[in-house]
Design a protein around this ligand. Structure first.
Ligand code: NAD
Length: 359
């Protein structure tokens, strides 16, 4: 199969692979669409088993960003970067400076930011060689760690679902199973706990797990056991593909609301989620808080101004209205939520492309 026939290709505008001999950096930057503005999406560092696996991941994440940015009504297109490597052992300032040069070579078609395995310090290194970086610390434009805003969006999404399912205004009596309690999952667990939810959590990182359990009183289970937990809400906050042929039949939850990107292993599994009667909050809708935060920084950097939290809150509130509309339409039209959200995103991207072509 060639790149162009790959199911993940989804008409990408550009796919760029890079190698830096000096640092050994291997990276792929995928630019899905610049119709609504420069492509923007985080950079992920992961020890992919093969270049094919990295390519598949970056393509899926990149078009997911196009959809996410469109649904959040941001003037941004979609793109993503992956660095093939172990973030615990293979990072160096020189590696991220080389990555910055790669981003810069695209001339502003792609803005990078944080994703799994990347810290603000890494981005500060990349900033030395390109200006197309958001998620920096210590400037008036800085939006800081996007994870708390992402977690806030996912939390509000869980509240929307609780209102629909049980007409509930808090989460007392509701058990939430959280897979992955890293940056977003950790903040989310605290918010869910504060709203009265009973938590069952898992992670492959024992130390993180212990910290979050101590703060929230959560019950800990082994990673593979999280799919069998007797919970009302399942919150995937680790990596993609959590909802698949093997896990879906095991879920006892009434709803899936989590932060992870690409939660559905396939489009078909999304349909099965719907047929099984679960409410699915589409990942790129409910986890859009982080990119809204990043967009506020890009706005500030472009205008030479400061980060505006009111703008972020306005966009997040609007995003939750869109999520509610998607959930409502799913009931009315008897169709899966991911199909409806996809239509909204594609229509917005096409409208921007047509407007640009006509201008
Ligand atoms: P993170 O790396 O801080 O957290 C992920 C956690 O998942 C880690 O603690 C890791 O140990 C754990 N994990 C990995 N594999 C696991 C497994 N098989 N079982 C259980 N736990 C496992 O990353 P994050 O920033 O919290 O992001 C989490 C997810 O949310 C990712 O899919 C990311 O792409 C997505 N996301 C994050 C943001 C953000 O603002 N950080 C925004 C949108 C989407």
């Amino acid at each position: 199969m060639t790149l162009f026939d790959s199911p993940a290709f989804e008409n990408h505008e550009g796919v760029h692979s890079f190698y830096d001999e000096k640092t050994g950096l291997k990276a792929i930057i995928a630019v899905h669409s610049t119709a609504r503005g420069p492509a923007c999406g985080g950079c992920r560092m992961w020890p992919y088993a093969s270049a094919e696996a990295a390519l598949d991941d970056v393509l899926k994440l990149s078009w997911g960003m196009s959809y996410k940015n469109a649904v959040a009504d941001l003037e941004l297109g979609g793109g993503k970067a992956v660095i093939i490597g172990d973030s615990r052992t293979q990072k160096s300032p020189a590696l991220f400076e080389a990555f910055g040069r790669m981003v810069d070579s695209l001339g502003g078609a792609y803005w990078t930011a944080e994703d799994v395995g990347i810290s603000p310090a890494d981005l500060a290194s990349a900033r030395r060689t390109t200006k197309y970086v958001a998620g920096l610390e210590g400037t008036p434009a800085s939006s800081g760690d996007p994870s708390p805003t992402t977690a806030e969006g996912v939390f509000r999404g869980a509240m929307l679902v609780a209102k629909r399912l049980w007409n509930a205004t808090d989460l007392s009596g509701v058990t939430v199973a959280v897979q992955g309690v890293g940056h977003v999952g950790g903040y989310l667990a605290e918010k869910l706990h504060a709203a009265g939810a009973k938590l069952v959590i898992t992670d492959v990182n024992e130390a993180t797990l212990k910290t979050v359990a101590e703060k929230t009183g959560a019950t800990i289970v082994k990673p593979e056991e999280i799919f069998d937990v007797d919970a009302e809400i399942f919150a995937p906050c680790a990596l993609g593909g959590a909802i698949n042929e093997n896990t879906l039949p095991r879920l006892k939850a009434k709803a899936i609301v989590g932060a992870a990107n690409n939660q559905l292993a396939s489009h078909e599994i999304g349909r099965r989620v719907f047929e099984q009667g679960l409410i699915y909050a589409p990942d790129y809708v409910v986890n859009g808080g982080g990119i809204i935060n990043v967009a506020a920084e890009i706005n500030a950097l472009k205008a030479g101004g400061a980060y505006d939290p009111k703008w972020v809150e306005g966009k997040l509130a609007r995003l939750m209205i869109t999520l509610d509309e998607v959930l409502q339409r799913s009931v009315g039209e008897k169709r899966p939520t991911h199909e409806i959200a996809g239509e909204i995103a594609r229509a917005r991207i096409a409208a921007a492309r047509d407007a640009r072509a006509a201008a």
